[in-house]
Design a protein around this ligand. Structure first.
Ligand SMILES: [Zn+2]
Length: 283
């Protein structure tokens, strides 16, 4: 099995080519020889059933692996009961959309700790997440991987160990590693092959090698401040992390991750740059 590459959302070039609807994305991506697409439900999973099914059919027809980014409003550690209820609802709606689309993976942000200590917020998050998993099971929505994402700001839950804590709760929970975020939140680390390898090794240790080898990865160049992530840029901009060491590692170790590029507007071209490097190194 080989690594797959694709964009998060619809890049500028897609619209510039005169296309408008996400249902046209799978064919457009196949034309570029890309093989993954992360559909964005960042502002709510309000997609209609027929649209979702149409995107799923097109993705299957063109050999595109589909994932979904869940709404940003998810906040598992919230103390406010309304927010917790809404969080549950966001999960159910996104999982329903994934079933219609036959997307196999959902990325989500754990949320912030609010005024709680991080450990207390994580305990609360795990309790709320256990309820989400149970509810999904009761509604017949299990069967799609839920992926807590490593986050880029100091005031967000989701360092690698926190992500792994949630992943231990079910075989349907695996990590989404955003290396741009890790770079930003650590003030500029994750620029060398060794640093990237540490992440794969740690995940292998905790969740097994199969999970590590087929990791879901977000990648983009990110500008940061002391507080962490500030802004996403493109591969032409002078920010880190560099993608070359990551791609070299994946090729050398025969890892087969799904790498979703989150560049600002150029996410398809930049995904392609990573894919071209990966294939050239495999030869
Ligand atoms: Zn995200």
């Amino acid at each position: 099995m080989l690594a797959k590459f694709g964009p998060a959302g619809n890049p500028d070039a897609f619209y510039e080519s005169g296309k408008k609807a996400s249902v046209e994305m799978p064919e457009w991506l196949a034309g570029l020889k890309l093989s993954a697409y992360e559909y964005q439900c960042s502002r709510g999973a309000n997609i209609k059933e027929d649209t979702a099914r149409a995107i799923g059919n097109k993705a299957e027809e063109h050999g595109i692996s589909l994932s979904i980014h869940a709404p940003y409003y998810i906040s598992l550690g919230a103390e406010d009961e309304t927010i917790v209820a809404n969080t549950q609802n966001h999960f159910m709606k996104t999982m329903q959309a994934a079933h219609w689309m036959r997307a196999d993976r959902i990325v989500f942000h754990i949320g912030g700790p609010g005024k709680q200590a991080r450990t207390a917020a994580m305990e609360r998050s795990k309790k709320a997440f256990a309820e989400v998993l149970e509810l999904a099971d009761r509604r017949g929505l299990t069967g799609v991987y839920l992926m807590p994402e490593t986050m880029g700001k100091q005031n967000q839950l989701g360092n690698l160990e926190e992500v792994l804590e949630l992943c231990k709760m079910s075989k349907w929970v695996i990590p989404a590693v955003d290396f741009g975020h890790l770079h930003a939140v650590t003030g500029g680390q994750y620029t060398t092959k060794e640093e990237f390898a540490q992440v794969f090794n740690r995940i292998g240790e905790v969740l097994g090698n199969d999970v590590a080898r087929h990791l879901h990865i977000h990648f983009s160049r990110i500008e940061f401040t002391k507080a962490g992530e500030k802004r996403h840029w493109t591969f032409d901009d002078p920010y880190g992390p560099p993608h070359q060491p990551l791609i070299e590692l994946c090729a050398e170790q025969h890892y087969a991750p799904r790498i979703i590029c989150e560049s600002a507007g150029t996410q398809a071209v930049d995904a392609l740059a990573m894919q071209n490097l990966y294939y050239s190194l495999l030869k």
